[in-house]
Unconditional design. Sequence first.
Length: 330
Amino acid sequence: MAAERRLASHATLPDRYAHLEVLASTIDHRGRLAALVADPAQGFVPVRQGPVLRPPPRYDASAVVCDGAGIREIPLKDLDLWFTHIDTLGDGVVLAAARCERQNIPVERYGEPVPEDELRLTANIRVIDGEGRTRASFYAGDAIGQLMTDREGNIWAGYFDESSYWRPNPDGTRSYDFMIGLARWNRDGGPPWIVADDAPGGGWCDCYALNVGRELVRACPYADFPLVELDTNSVRTVTPNPVTRCTGLAVSDSELAFLDQHRTDGGFRWEIRRARREGGAVVETGREHLVLPGGRQPNAWARGKVGRDGTLWLYEDGDPRHWYRYEIGA
């Protein structure tokens, strides 16, 4: 039977923002809570699934960075996309919209190069400085599921299984790719390094778990969930992994912690499957049943799932204002 493990309360968006809609939130590489908030009175409307509200075509917002008791706000005027991801970058932030506008290109042309002027590519990643000025805005492909920056200022985008990217060609055309999996961009939006180009076995269907550490990046892609270790320009190792369904990851030397979650008895169960890397393989060593501070059982799926080295941060679905922390060595 799995031992019970209480998560620590890590950060909460201050009450002064309680009347605002949280479009995105995360924990950055320094452990700070960063959130994109906006006044729903601007014309936000409910979406069919979940408690979130969709913004109008144009709206104002603020990026909020909470560092303990210190709070910094960055005004963001006249945003034109539904930004669903945020992270800090230097003294500013980077925003990403998960979805791009559909292309009006017949399916039969997807296998051939298409002149760039026939495409309407959405600049769905935006780099903004500490004064709220846009420093870069670029197309990063459709179906972004995760956005994380590292301490060097690289931008990592993890994609889910509907991902696509119109790759530029030297002659001014673009070619259609799908199953992107994971890509690394610089802060200026230059040509990305797409991990699937170098990964054994070809493209990834979905980047399920992502851990962007101080020195290395690790990921567990669907469908086989190998533990893939990367630096900023190459795949270093690929280790077979028997722990499937993992949606979050913490790593400390050879110690591993995989987040697995499922429904049980009409509720939700968050579980950590502990493992070690031994002799070129991942060996599962035990399980921990996660509960929230005070011993409360989670009442929704775990979201966020921000992994950075030996720490994993989570929030309950529908409540991105309250973040919890799991540490391998705690």
